[in-house]
Write a protein that binds this ligand. Structure first.
Ligand SMILES: [Zn+2]
Length: 343
């Protein structure tokens, strides 16, 4: 079967791997349908100073697949069923896993496509408990973007930041995959959404998704514009994932008692924090990583009801993945890049 492996920094190869054996106890063999690209793929592809990777590594952290066969002890899935795949190999035994909060697993084996082989391969065996069935009305692409894209955003906005209807939120990088999800989820629940983008073309598209105010961060300092829009009051919530380049400005955008939730640091991992601002303004800074199992189901339910939809930049094949990662690295995307496997 075909698979896409990272063999060196910035070097991917299409290889032929043996297909997986028959599924074991509690396992399912999946035929991978679609893989969605994320910044974790860019980090893995270009290498990073603080995390060693094993190579060769099958890439792809977020995907959907069709159940091909089920192993002994699997009663909740049937061949042919479309499922969304949880992106990390969690233990299933610790208290957090038993409560469906797998992103807090105490014995996590790693993230697929980064620490462990990922999903850019035709078939894979996985534990059934890490698969969430897609409801009718959700296709392979919708199920592919449920775990890392929509699931992460659900967990950030609702579990961590506890976003409420009527609040104002600043969503950074509204053209990114998670940005396009955050704009839709926040707007549909009745929030005022301010977002940042890097071009006027992206500004139009962000508005079309429901953003009330769009700031081109290459033309204007977002802190100043947010101050004007909110009449110096500040926003209730900042949705962060840019990191170094924006973090101090994000803190300045918060109103007293405001919440900042972050799941990423695409521009750099270190920043300075003004502690006086933190305690005097009574800000809440929250880190968020991955999602609970339920976040994936909730996201797909909202897709099925037409409340939100995946925003697709391009659909590519195995041979086009490197240019796609380069485009992500230069932020020249709007929405998700999808690697489509099934015909
Ligand atoms: Zn666990």
């Amino acid at each position: 079967m075909r698979a896409l492996q990272l063999v060196a920094d910035r070097k991917l190869e299409v290889v032929d791997l043996p297909p997986p054996p028959a599924p074991g106890q509690g396992e399912v063999t999946l035929r991978i349908a679609a893989v969605a690209l994320n910044h974790i793929d860019v980090w893995g592809w270009r290498g990073m100073a603080f995390a060693k990777r094993k190579m060769p590594l099958v890439v792809g952290a977020e995907a959907s697949g069709y159940v091909e066969s089920v192993g002994p002890g699997v009663s909740n899935l049937l061949p042919g069923q479309l499922v969304s795949i949880y992106g990390a190999r969690t233990c299933g035994l610790c208290r957090h896993c038993r409560e469906g909060r797998d992103n807090l697993c105490e014995h996590v084996g790693g993230v697929h496509g980064f620490h462990l082989d990922g999903f850019s391969q035709e078939k894979v065996n996985l534990p059934a408990r890490l698969l969430v069935p897609a409801p009718p009305g959700v296709d392979a692409i919708g199920a592919a973007v449920a775990p890392v894209t929509f699931g992460t955003v659900e967990h950030m906005l609702f579990d961590n930041a506890k976003l409420q209807p009527g609040e104002t939120i600043l969503v950074h990088a509204g053209g990114s995959g998670i940005g396009t999800a955050a704009i839709q989820l926040a707007k549909r629940m009745g929030c005022t959404v301010i977002t940042t983008v890097g071009s006027d073309d992206k500004a139009e598209r962000a508005k079309a998704l429901g953003a009330d105010h769009v700031i081109n961060y290459r033309k204007d300092r977002f802190e100043g514009v947010v101050r004007k829009i909110t009449k110096k009051r500040g926003v209730d919530v900042v949705f962060e994932h840019v990191g170094k380049d924006t973090f101090a400005g994000s803190m300045l955008c918060l109103k007293r008692g405001g919440r900042l939730v972050t799941c990423g640091s695409t521009s750099g991992v270190s920043t300075e924090i003004n502690l006086m601002q933190l305690f005097q303004q009574q800000l809440k800074l929250m880190g968020s990583f991955g999602c609970r199992m339920e976040n994936m189901a909730d996201a797909m339910q909202k897709m099925a009801s037409g409340i939100v939809h995946p925003v697709i930049d391009t659909i590519v094949g195995f041979d086009d993945l490197e240019p796609a990662l380069k485009r992500m690295e230069s932020r020249d995307v709007f929405g998700k890049i999808i690697l489509k496997l099934e015909q």
